[in-house]
Design a protein around this ligand. Structure first.
Ligand code: VOV
Length: 236
């Protein structure tokens, strides 16, 4: 998975001719339409959201079965007319992975339909997004990686208990990035009501796994941008 966060160079955008802007918007819409087909065929997924605040103007998330496919999309995106008006502000590379805590002994995970669906997630097109990277702490007595497996499993169970209270309200996509990027996981949350994200994260702060062992990077939050919303969003 690639999280690609960029700013729009609004000055350049406003200075461009009407026909250049139209071409750029159309190229973006065409790319999103092509990715929707990929998603329909269950060969990947994507998300496109505007981002609030100074850290970025939009986030593009791309999920594909192989890293080469993700790279190709990034390259094609960079070569588009639309990308000429963007300035990279953050990016994150990670991979969908199966839990070591929930695995059932003796079961081939590929035989479990729930597991197969987990390996090929379809990002929900809910109104709001929240993305941040995180680590598990390794400091003095608070070293997650020195805890016995049973204790970690119990703490993760408590974590999932809090999370499950938000079923239908917040959907989480946790992807692993050890060895791939600067933090250990990316956390991406989707919600129909942004306040549910805030409530969930607040409640989780009291779970030992977050209170004692969680370390967090910058938070990015924003709103869904559909293909039909795009012309209005970029109208100047
Ligand atoms: C909708 C909320 C929600 C739910 C239901 C949920 C459930 C679960 C389950 C069942 C599991 C374990 C198995 C697996 O699926 O991997 C996890 C795992 C994980 N989680 Fe989670 N999580 C949520 C939400 C959720 C949030 C908001 C965060 C950020 C923490 C915070 O304080 O800001 C988070 C983090 C993680 C991480 C980093 C891992 C991997 C830990 C590892 O050491 O491997 N998570 N999570």
């Amino acid at each position: 998975m690639l999280h690609d966060l960029r700013k729009i160079d609004w000055i350049k955008w406003k200075q461009a001719s009407e026909s250049e802007r139209t071409q750029a918007v159309k190229e973006l819409q065409d790319m999103l339409t092509a990715w929707e087909d990929v998603e329909e065929n269950r060969e990947g997924s994507h998300a496109f959201y505007s981002i609030m605040g100074h850290k970025a103007d939009f986030i593009l998330m791309i999920l594909r079965p192989t890293i080469q496919e993700v790279s190709d999309i990034e390259l094609r995106f960079n070569k588009s007319k639309f990308a000429e008006f963007t300035i990279p502000s953050y990016s994150y590379v990670s991979v969908v992975e199966l839990s070591k805590y929930m695995a059932k002994e003796g079961e081939n995970p590929e035989d479990n339909p729930g597991v197969r669906a987990r390996l090929k997630p379809r990002l929900p097109k809910w109104e709001h997004i929240c993305f941040y990277p995180m680590d598990k702490r390794r400091e003095g007595n608070d070293n997650w990686y020195m805890l016995p497996m049973d204790e970690r499993r119990q703490l993760m169970y408590e974590h999932s208990f809090t999370g499950r209270k938000y079923a239908g309200k917040v959907k989480q996509i946790i992807t692993g990035s050890m060895g791939l990027d600067d933090w250990e996981w990316s956390v991406t949350l989707f919600a129909k009501d942004m306040l549910q994200i805030k409530k969930l994260i607040y409640e989780m702060r009291f779970d030992v796994v977050s209170a004692r062992y969680g370390e967090f990077g910058s938070f990015y939050v924003g709103n869904l941008l559909t293909i039909d919303d795009i012309p209005d969003y970029f109208a100047v």
